[in-house]
Design a protein around this ligand. Structure first.
Ligand code: FE
Ligand code: CA
Length: 510
């Protein structure tokens, strides 16, 4: 439709449908499942199924302000001959005609196929998997984790390869969209200004989710998701934006709502204004517990920002003692206590702390005026010490920290005191590279490694994801990388592999 046609259609539709709240016999101007499908938040007996009706996805969706009935089916087979659950859900205009179905009554640890229907349109079929039953000693869990997919800087070849891996689950650790246009050598464009309003954020998600490789990866596995800063605004901290926007919480509310609308999340996560409960625990039998964290919404502001600004800075302890404040929090008190309780009560063999940042201390410049980047865990050292002390004291089995944000692969031993090189590792960290966002110079990362002996490996040359293969006795981590994010058909390879043995924190080259 031309812009004029679409406008007249919307006006006509609005007038015609102002009275009835339901568009009973929808006739779509274009295919409505343009943004694909997804599933997530797996339980032993249930799963969340997601889609959004959007015949004109990049321009607000292209639907009248009326609810539309969507049918859904869950089958035991890819051909949908053995349908075990089916039902109807309403795609409501107030949630951008997104659908979040919380399917119950499924069998544990098995594959299902699902699809949606609206009017005469049928979605692609997706495949998903329930979690193993509680306490069961599942012998294996394979998942991939990923983050940081700036759309302009690269294609999603990594998603296409991830979709072809043998996995049970994908964990996405933030920067699913980028609000800003930045970086060099763009291969495609956002074609829109930085989002501020709800409709602008919806259009940005639509731009990203229109990518066929991203859709393929959602359709292949259930996902667990958390966010970082770019889902809202670069370097935001709680209620403070990078440029000290006085209306920032209004913007945050719009961004959080658009996030919920586009992710396979439960209704319990539905935001109330600028607040949204995203952190949560997910158990995979007796083998793994995922503690999924939110490191943005509740944090203290970054220490010592540049004059007249919020956000990150590179700071030293002489000029910025504020960074060392013992009360400083990254997770907020409620989430911190929730995390410690979940670690203490966990019976799982592997405890995966799934969060958005690099946790290991990384001194940027050595010497008495050593420098730290204030937006990551290095900006909140007392909070990090509390967490690592809680791990050391409660001894949950095999803590693994996974993260993103920094756009390089980084494998580290986590110590309560990073400056005591003789102290034991209490947890193992795998921080993944980006899906497409540009990396950092290898010379700089080599220098960083030299200054930080607990960092075992740091490579920022390649984009990709990490595959984690968990068994009772060991975890195998494979750093999977594409040749180039600038080529949509880029091949995949393994950059390095590491093993963590049961009961022995710290990664060894495999
Ligand atoms: Fe990023
Ligand atoms: Ca980030």
């Amino acid at each position: 439709m031309s812009r004029f046609d679409r406008r007249s259609f919307l006006i006509a539709a609005t007038a015609a449908l102002a009275a009835p709240r339901l568009w009973a016999r929808p006739a779509f101007a274009a295919y409505p499942f343009s943004l694909g499908i997804a599933s997530g938040a797996p339980l032993p007996d249930g799963i969340v199924l997601w889609t959004r009706l959007a015949p004109d996805p990049l321009n607000g969706g292209g639907l009248p302000p009326a609810a539309i009935e969507v049918r859904w089916e869950v089958a035991r087979d890819a051909g949908f001959r053995d349908i075990v659950r089916h039902g109807r859900a309403l795609a409501e205009p107030r949630y951008a005609h997104s659908v979040h179905v919380e399917v119950e009554g499924l069998a544990p640890a098995r594959w299902y196929w699902y699809r949606f229907m609206a009017g005469d349109a049928v979605s692609a079929a997706g495949r998903t998997r329930t979690a193993p039953p509680g306490g069961a000693t599942a012998d294996r869990l394979r998942f991939a984790f990923a983050s940081c997919q700036q759309y302009e800087q690269g294609y999603y070849a990594a998603h296409r390869h991830m979709a072809a891996e043998n996995l049970d689950l994908v964990v996405f650790l933030g920067d699913y969209i980028y609000e800003s246009s930045w970086g060099s050598r763009h291969v495609r464009k956002h074609e829109a200004p930085e989002p501020v309003t709800l409709e602008q954020y919806r259009n940005r998600y639509a731009r990203y989710k229109s990518d066929a490789d991203l859709q393929r990866c959602h359709a292949a596995f259930p996902w667990l998701v958390t966010w970082d800063d770019h889902e809202v605004d670069n370097d935001y901290a709680n209620d403070r934006s990078e440029d000290l926007d006085p209306n920032f919480l209004v913007r945050r509310a719009a961004a959080y709502q658009a996030y919920w609308e586009h992710m396979p999340l439960r209704k319990q996560s539905l935001p109330a204004g600028p607040r949204m409960r995203l952190y949560g625990r997910y158990d995979f039998g007796g083998l793994a517990r995922f503690h999924v964290l939110d490191g943005r919404q509740y944090r203290d502001h970054q220490a010592c920002p540049r004059f007249g600004r919020g956000g990150s800075n590179v700071v030293d302890d002489l000029n910025c003692p504020e960074r060392l404040g013992t009360q400083r929090t990254l997770l907020g008190t409620a989430q911190e206590n929730w995390l410690y309780a979940g670690l203490a009560a966990s019976r799982a063999r592997w405890n995966i702390i799934a969060q958005q940042l690099l946790m290991a201390q990384t001194v940027r410049k050595p010497g008495p005026e050593r420098k730290f980047w204030s937006d990551g865990w290095d900006g909140y050292p007392a909070a990090r010490t509390r967490l690592l002390q809680a791990i050391a004291g409660q001894r949950p089995a095999n803590p693994l920290v996974i993260g993103g944000d920094v756009h390089f692969n980084c494998v580290s031993d986590l110590r309560v005191d990073f400056d005591d090189t003789q102290s034991p590792a209490v947890a193992t960290e795998f921080c993944g590279t980006s899906i497409s966002s540009q990396g950092q110079s290898q010379a700089r990362l080599d220098a960083l490694r030299a200054e930080n002996p607990h960092v075992r490996f740091a490579n920022g040359e390649k984009r990709g994801y990490v595959v984690m293969d968990l068994a009772a006795r060991r975890c195998l981590a494979e750093l999977r990388v594409i040749d180039s994010e600038k080529a949509a058909d880029s091949p995949i390879s393994t950059l390095a592999s590491f093993v963590v043995e049961d009961g022995h924190p710290g990664a060894e080259a495999a």
